[in-house]
Design a protein around this ligand. Sequence first.
Ligand SMILES: NC(=O)c1ccc[n+]([C@@H]2O[C@H](COP(=O)([O-])OP(=O)(O)OC[C@H]3O[C@@H](n4cnc5c(N)ncnc54)[C@H](O)[C@@H]3O)[C@@H](O)[C@H]2O)c1
Length: 270
Amino acid sequence: MAYNLLKGKKGIIFGALNEQSIAWKVAQRCVEEGAEIVLTNSPLALRMGELTKLAEECNAPVIPADVTSNDDINNLLTKSMEHFGGGVDFILHSIGMSLNVRKGIGYTDNNYDFTHKGLDISALSFHRVLAAAMKMDAINEWGSVLALTYIAAQRVFPDYNDMADNKAYLESIARNFGYQYGVKKHVRVNTVSQSPTRTTAGSGVKGFDGFINYAEKMSPLGNADANQCADYCVSLFSDLTKMVTMQNLFHDGGFSYTGVTAAVIEQMEK
Ligand SMILES: NC(=O)c1ccc[n+]([C@@H]2O[C@H](COP(=O)([O-])OP(=O)(O)OC[C@H]3O[C@@H](n4cnc5c(N)ncnc54)[C@H](O)[C@@H]3O)[C@@H](O)[C@H]2O)c1
């Protein structure tokens, strides 16, 4: 069901890797709601070739950008503005990567070169995109910028490793940049804290199956899936949420405020 919530709006979607990606679903929903989009991902991800399928479906250009490169971000924003003939109304940052997680190095043994790289990709990149956009005046008045995050920023999930620190940093950037961009141009900046979701990045976390099943039992509504996350993102890009900014918004079926559920107690009593 489409409501034309994004009719006439233009946006940039980072991080669609394959059909499981949350960004993939957000891109599809944005277009369904009337938006025009530009898709972007790292040159490495683009070589995997799947994004062209989404680009054709969404009638969207693909502009490569490694989010650790200022030049790539500037080029992406310049080309997007040329394509749209002006600024954008929304941006989705859907990017996360930890080399420590990937290489199976536990939190107390973290390799700091890997930590730096993960922080740069997963958190600093959000600052880099916002700062470049502000300098180039690339986001229209009352624009909306979102990054995806996880509750490990507030509570300990041991196997989430250094991504927990990266997400805490990411959420802090949303608050601090949200203030600056709000004052300057009424641009709002928020993070959406999503339930565990079966994607390439999600499944990389050790013990993911146990993790996602536990969250399902611990959420009164169950886990939110990627399509539902896309619906929520659309609402936050729309004009219906103009006064929401600097927030970390839980999209998790109630998990974040639940102490225990009957389903978990029943499991423990077995
Ligand atoms: N899957 C989950 O359980 C879950 C839960 C909460 C939040 N999130 C967050 O959602 C976001 C999207 O992840 P996903 O689960 O859809 O997985 P995904 O693997 O589909 O997406 C991660 C994306 O990051 C991109 N990326 C990595 N390095 C990059 C770089 N240097 N430059 C540009 N892009 C780069 C990848 O190419 C990929 O497209 C991430 O921020 C993730 O932490 C995921």
